[in-house]
Design a protein around this ligand. Structure first.
Ligand code: ATP
Length: 343
């Protein structure tokens, strides 16, 4: 059996009678990185803070590395949970040097200094040990905050939107470096984010939350290609949605008769969800006849909007790599690759 770093069962929390977490339950194996993804106000931070011991849930249980830290008759304080916490910003003690900040949670022994240097190297900040926090950029402060959280080798690292206070340019590099540091130290981590790109580029498992509930927990590819419901589908990427009628293993829609994922639904009338990259554009005779309505070039890719079929409302936005090879008014043939998803 895989060793679990975290096991949460039926966790609920309300503030002033309003449910903020409702029966949240999931397990996280050791060494994995989980992203909790969801819109603002869905309860992500409350979940993270409950795991950390900064909030007390109303019911349910939390186990960290097989040890109950919260339950019906159990409440272990934050310091005793073996967690490292990286907040959005301002985590460092302003009056302590970088080295003193990293050493803060370490036992006073001869190995202390070595561990500080090891952590500085891990986050790419060698030579910064004597600096004060105000002498660091926002991104450097977050690196040191991670180094401090990782130094005592905690069972779980919790990161609460760690890049939200940083410029977009800085974020991509820092994301990569933080992912590297977490992997290299074999840490188990949970990051809260409302940014789907951040969740997909960093995490091995994604938990999608909505209105205090855990809607789906799976690997990123699974969440993207087989979202649990339409809401998750549109939250994690672009979609083309069409009306369809199920006929056995296929679904009839304005883009033809297509195969779908999963078991046959109970109803015939469904919504068909197709990802923009599933389309190919070719000659008119090789697909469903469509007319290009608009093209928008973004550099790395282009958006091509087109009408198809008899119905004026049948409309699809498709992404293609690089510059569009078609222009407004062109007649083309549209094909869909792979299975579609139906709801
Ligand atoms: P964001 O991405 O905006 O930080 P979130 O998904 O992390 O949102 P939470 O911060 O967990 O959401 O908040 C969930 C809900 O609980 C919100 O409606 C919020 O107003 C409410 N809430 C959070 N903390 C408290 C509190 N201490 N007292 C009262 N209500 C709170």
């Amino acid at each position: 059996m895989t060793a679990l770093a975290l096991s949460i069962k039926n966790l609920s929390k309300s503030f002033d009678g309003v449910n903020v977490l409702e029966n949240v339950a999931f397990d996280l194996p050791k060494g994995k990185m989980l992203a909790i993804l969801g819109p603002s106000g869905c309860g992500k931070t409350t979940l993270l803070r409950s795991i950390a011991g900064f909030e007390t849930p109303n019911s349910g249980s939390i186990e960290i590395s097989g040890k109950e830290v919260f339950g019906e008759r159990k409440y272990l304080s934050s310091e005793k949970r073996r967690i490292g916490y990286v907040p959005q910003e301002g985590a460092l003690f302003p009056h302590l040097t970088v080295a003193q900040n990293i050493a803060f949670g370490l036992p006073r022994n001869s190995k202390r200094n070595d561990r500080v240097l090891e952590m500085l190297e891990l986050v790419g900040m060698e030579g910064f040990e004597k600096r004060m926090p105000h002498e660091l950029s926002g991104g450097q402060q977050q690196r040191i905050a991670l180094a401090r959280a990782l130094a005592p080798d905690p069972a779980l690292i919790l990161l609460d939107e760690p890049f939200s206070a940083l410029d977009t340019g800085l974020r991509a590099k820092l994301r990569e470096d933080i992912k590297y540091a977490l992997e290299k130290s074999n840490a188990t981590s949970i990051m809260v984010t409302h940014d789907q790109e951040e969740a997909f580029s960093m995490a091995e498992i994604i938990a999608v939350m909505r209105d205090g509930k855990l809607i789906q927990i799976a690997e990123p590819d699974d969440i993207y290609t087989n979202p649990k419901d339409l809401n998750v589908a549109t939250f994690v990427g672009e979609t083309v949605l069409l009306d369809g009628y199920v006929k056995g293993d296929y679904v009839d829609c304005p883009l033809g008769t297509l195969s779908y994922q999963g078991n046959s639904p109970e109803k015939d009338k469904v919504t068909v969800m197709i990802r923009p990259e599933q389309f190919t554009i070719g000659a008119v005779e090789n697909g469903i006849k469509a007319q290009v309505a608009k093209t928008t070039y973004f550099g790395h890719d282009s958006l091509i909007q087109m009408h198809f079929g008899q119905n004026e409302n049948s409309f699809a936005s498709i992404r293609v790599l690089g510059k569009p090879k078609v222009k407004k008014g062109d007649m083309v043939g549209l094909q869909v690759e792979g299975d579609v998803v139906i709801y």
